[in-house]
Design a binder for this molecule. Structure first.
Ligand SMILES: C[S@@+](CC[C@H](N)C(=O)[O-])C[C@H]1O[C@@H](n2cnc3c(N)ncnc32)[C@H](O)[C@@H]1O
Length: 345
């Protein structure tokens, strides 16, 4: 988002405090805070993911600016107290995430407040429609190499909250199908991920096992694992995204999964050593290798003696050196075009 701050400068006169910056990459968010030059209490920066919030804090410190930083499962969890919501939208974000943020941001605005979207696209054809859908009207800056800004005013009486979510079903082998709710901005929206399915079809989970769903997303892996670990088993779900964790809780409850634990963390903290018989990991490979490394290095000490570690990947050659380094040995099971790398301690 190299131009977003220049783009913001063209619409900064529309901003009235208090201001909410909804999502957005850490650097542009921090720079916008600095450009606003408002007291800390007049700006809130909200993210879904604890890791992203940490990054926003780091960037704010680096640019010498201050704001309230919060992590929430839903933007509309924030109080309705803002005169401006700024959404620095990343180009690669799904349409559903964009719609969800505009919709939820609307509910945090005071009457007469402004919603301001900053789009990286030179010719953005999505946001004007999204704004009109929620606010009725939308103004925009001319198309330029900086991208485009869109602005709308909240003029109507509060409309009803509409949730954007998709329910899907999944089953493994002879197990009963389970139903899962997914929401925009969480992995994997609207379907059970093929890689996770490949892993679950080969993972050995025994009655009574303590299982860790590492990077649980909406919790499908852990819920399906509970069918094998049975009533004496225990399922722990961990993710850095609070939206994902809200879904994992919801889905575990909907599917009657008992003996559950939910951990919100970025560095696998709070899980305890030698705690699990099985760890099931499907890291976010699109992100930096840093998270894959954390999901491998950090997992080793979490396993009980004799415990089994499963990690699914399309690129086993990228993962295996690290697995050998940390676990000493591994085997690879090919399934559905994925490699499930298995290690025992
Ligand atoms: C590829 S998704 C897998 C989700 C889920 N297991 C599934 O099969 O649908 C990876 C997950 O890891 C989570 N994640 C990323 N960084 C993390 C971290 N530092 N700690 C915990 N979870 C993290 C992401 O939020 C995402 O939900």
């Amino acid at each position: 988002m190299k131009n977003v701050n220049q783009l913001f400068a063209t619409v900064a006169h529309r901003v009235k405090p208090p201001v909410l910056i909804a999502l957005g990459p850490p650097w542009p968010v921090a720079n916008i805070v600095k450009m606003l030059g408002l007291p800390e209490t007049e700006i809130t920066c909200a993210q879904f993911d604890l890791h992203q919030t940490d990054r926003v804090k780091e960037c704010l410190a680096e640019v010498g600016a201050a704001a309230e930083t919060v992590t929430v499962p839903d933007i509309w969890d924030l109080p309705k107290r803002y005169n401006t919501v700024i959404f620095p939208a990343t180009a690669h974000a799904d349409r559903e995430v964009k719609l969800d943020v505009v919709e939820q941001g609307y509910h945090t605005l005071l009457q007469g407040g402004t919603f301001l979207t900053l789009s990286e696209y030179e010719k953005d054809s999505q946001f004007a429609k999204l704004h009109k859908k929620i606010f009725g009207k939308c103004g925009e800056t001319p198309s330029s190499e900086l991208g485009m800004a869109f602005f709308s005013t909240k003029t109507d009486d509060e409309t009803e909250r509409r949730r954007h979510e998709v329910t899907f079903h999944a089953k493994i082998g002879e197990g009963a199908p389970m139903e899962f709710v997914s929401r925009p901005g969480t992995f994997s929206y609207g379907r059970f991920d093929a890689g996770s399915r490949a892993m679950m079809e080969v993972a050995e989970i025994r009655a009574g096992d303590g299982v860790l769903d590492l990077g649980c997303g909406c919790g499908a892996v852990g819920c399906l694992a509970s069918q094998k670990s049975g009533p004496l088993g225990k399922i722990t779900f961990i993710d850095s995204s609070l939206r994902a964790m809200a879904l994992a809780e919801l889905n575990a409850e909907k599917n009657g999964v008992k003996n559950t634990r939910f951990v919100r963390a970025t560095r696998l903290e709070g899980l305890g050593a030698n705690a699990f018989n099985v760890i099931l990991a499907n890291p976010p490979y699109y992100a930096k290798a840093e998270i894959t490394r954390l999901f491998i290095e950090g997992a080793r000490e979490l396993l009980k003696p004799g415990g089994r570690y499963y990690i699914v990947t399309k690129m086993p050659t990228a993962v295996m050196p690290l697995i050998f380094d940390i676990f000493g040995d591994c085997s690879v099971i090919e399934n559905r075009g994925y490699a499930v790398v298995v290690s025992e301690v």
